[in-house]
Design a protein around this ligand. Structure first.
Ligand SMILES: Nc1ncnc2c1ncn2[C@@H]1O[C@H](COP(=O)(O)OP(=O)(O)O)[C@@H](O)[C@H]1O
Ligand SMILES: [Mg+2]
Length: 315
């Protein structure tokens, strides 16, 4: 029998969604878990239900079947325990960067004094390298800067879980790379638990500990859980030299190209197997590569924003 300590931080059980007026579920029997401090990406073709799942995790949408348990409590309705970053930045255009972040901080801690809110906001704006633009309004910022404000706002409420829906999808490749690097740094410093939707396999390999592969809809499922065993200290510029990188990448691309379709219509297993496509190549490469494999247990908690060096490269 599993005890509370064994249960994953987030547990999704038998989740299904059928929209009114539709005869078939978008997805059903979706089962997966997320450990505390784990960075999980979900990949699947457009329309398979990724955003719907994220909205259910956020408590913004109700599932037709199944349950979501976070930290031993069932998710029902939105909560400041979960921070969401949407594909479009969703900032309030009449407020400055500082005011946008402060609005969220004040909602989270209404009892805080003005000075405490101010310091907290400055810390998180600084973390995403936006201090020089803190008193600007969204219309004065580039797309990359706006997305950074969204990230600062989500981190600033110190959520138990961060939910990201293709947060960099609308950005150019250069800006996206810079912000990915920042997110990587912030997450390794804060051990934030993250669930992120992406359609970019390289982004998933760079960021994720675990990649959930979704079959196509209708009746989509999480068909497979891919463990990313490339060493955690990842650099975008050199990651493709890591033993196992191409095996992992090819596995993800093959799924998207053919298996996602073969497993559509409810043909994927309800309880997805976990695979480790990089392992064989890492073993073959010798003890140095193997030793670099990350431990699978959750990292120790750290204070949010601790030891993060702000990057002042503003996209
Ligand atoms: N509010 C809604 N009402 C009816 N159908 C919806 C609604 N939202 C999403 N859908 C349908 O559900 C499916 C999954 O949508 P979505 O979760 O946005 O997928 P993804 O994020 O993977 O592209 C799509 O076929 C979409 O048309
Ligand atoms: Mg979507």
């Amino acid at each position: 029998m599993s005890t509370e300590r064994d249960a994953p931080f987030l547990q999704v059980q038998g989740l299904g969604k059928t929209y009114p007026g539709s005869s078939e579920p978008v997805f059903n029997e979706v089962n997966f878990g997320i450990a505390r401090g784990e960075f999980v990406c979900i990949i699947g073709h457009s329309g398979c239900g990724k955003t719907t799942i994220l909205n259910v995790l956020a408590g913004l949408e109700e599932a037709s079947q199944g349950t979501v348990i976070m930290d031993n409590r069932e998710v029902s309705g939105p909560s400041l325990e979960r921070g969401v970053v949407f594909q479009s930045h969703a900032l309030m255009p009449w407020l400055t960067v500082r005011q946008n972040v402060a609005f969220a901080v004040k909602s989270r801690w209404p009892e805080w004094r003005t000075e405490q809110v101010k310091l907290h906001v400055q810390r998180y704006v600084d973390m995403v390298g936006l201090s020089p633009a803190i008193d600007k309004k969204p219309s004065q910022l580039s797309g990359g800067m706006k997305q950074r404000v969204g990230i600062a706002r989500a981190f600033a409420i110190e959520p138990k879980m961060l939910l990201l829906d293709e947060p960099f999808g609308a950005l150019d490749a250069l800006t996206r790379g810079t912000i990915q690097d920042e997110l990587l740094k912030i997450c390794s410093a804060t051990h934030q638990t993250v669930f992120m939707i992406t359609h970019d396999v390289d982004e998933a390999i760079l960021l994720a500990d675990k990649i959930l592969l979704m079959s196509n809809g209708p009746v989509a499922r999480v068909a497979e859980v891919v463990r990313n065993t490339l060493p955690r200290a990842r650099q975008r510029a050199s990651l493709h030299h890591e033993p196992g990188f191409y095996e992992l990448r090819n596995h993800l691309v093959d799924f998207l190209v053919s298996r996602s379709k073969e497993l559509s219509g409810g043909r994927a297993p309800a309880h997805p197997p976990e695979v480790r496509p990089a392992d064989a190549a890492r073993r073959a490469a010798g003890p140095t590569a193997e030793a670099a494999e990350p431990a699978n247990d959750a990292p120790p908690p750290a204070s949010p924003a601790a030891s993060v060096t702000p990057l002042h490269r503003v996209a």
